[in-house]
Design a protein around this ligand. Sequence first.
Ligand SMILES: Cc1cc2nc3c(=O)[nH]c(=O)nc-3n(C[C@H](O)[C@H](O)[C@H](O)COP(=O)(O)OP(=O)(O)OC[C@H]3O[C@@H](n4cnc5c(N)ncnc54)[C@H](O)[C@@H]3O)c2cc1C
Length: 360
Amino acid sequence: MLDRCDVLVVGAGPAGSTAARYAAEAGLDVLLIDKRKEIGVPVCCGEFNASLAVLAEALPNAPGLDELFPLDPGLVRRKIRGAVAVSPGGREYEFDLPGYTVDRDAFDRHLVDAAVREGAALSPDTMFLERDGRRVTTSRGDVEANVVVAADGPLSRVCRSAGMERSAVLAPAITCRVDGEFGDRLKFFFGSSVAPGGYAWVFPKRGCANVGLGVQRPATPVPILLRAFLAHNGFAARDIQAGFVPVSGPIGETVRENVLAVGDAAGHVVASNGGGIAPAMLCGRLAGLAVAKHLLHGESLGAYEQAWRSAIGRELLAAARTKRTADRFLGSDFLLEQAMGILGGRGIRNIIVFGGLRGR
Ligand SMILES: Cc1cc2nc3c(=O)[nH]c(=O)nc-3n(C[C@H](O)[C@H](O)[C@H](O)COP(=O)(O)OP(=O)(O)OC[C@H]3O[C@@H](n4cnc5c(N)ncnc54)[C@H](O)[C@@H]3O)c2cc1C
């Protein structure tokens, strides 16, 4: 492993790989480390991405979407046409939601390969331990780095090393695979007995579905909620994994000292649906470009904060606000049933997909 570099990127998820790709493309020496032995494994994700058209509508000021999302068709596991939201009482509301599911491990490897092709050095099985200015200690030795990118997920140790806050609300989520054919519509299930404060999902793939749920402050642990959901639907699960989704919006400050936070580490998630892959990649691109301008042309690292805020800041904040409002309804099955009836499919789509901002 390199013992010095221009940029050390910690975390080879969508945020880190994309930051590494753009920094390396600009000509910087980039070291990309991840604590996992195998990139993307184990998978802890619903594995759904909205189509480019939906992303462009949801995030209209985001630069680079068409650079990042001409997806290799080989990565698509199922083209998705739309979605059905199921109320606590079992009423179904359909809406359009074009997109696709992926195998998240293959997707993450694809993004890492793109960074390596641009010249980034990859070091898996390497854990970030601590940082003192430019000196970073990892499980494989010390590295001297001018800039460190914190792309190490919602519990970011790198952010902590720079005294940055972490997302105030981390929603527990759990996922698994269920074999079978599930059509071409996502299904979202609401209700306090299914997923208190959140939703359960069935996202079709090829020959199986990604099934899971995300909740907020559950009285019952998520593995028990998942087991009940699986039993209720007669599903047999494999590959169960649990994690956290930051759902309180972006952290207040994403640049401090020589550290930039990106992706889940920065709270770059659309809180109204928990989707973070696209924001992670968009902000990863902006982080890579900002680090290059800083190290090659002396521009301020703080420009990164302005860049991502003007690209998607308004939308992420609106989705977090909408999520807080929705939490009041999600706390009562009666209110939720009423609210879903009033909103109908289009209104539910506007809230889930667009954080209440668009698609009316
Ligand atoms: C159950 C669940 C379902 C989800 N479903 C979807 C979905 O369907 N669609 C969607 O868009 N989003 C979904 N999300 C959110 C999405 O997975 C994240 O927003 C996205 O992965 C963020 O990318 P990232 O690169 O910031 O972080 P991550 O993908 O979490 O990558 C962080 C990387 O950092 C590494 N790392 C952590 N600590 C260290 C350390 N100390 N040293 C070295 N490496 C370290 C990890 O191993 C990991 O590889 C879901 C999340 C969960 C938990």
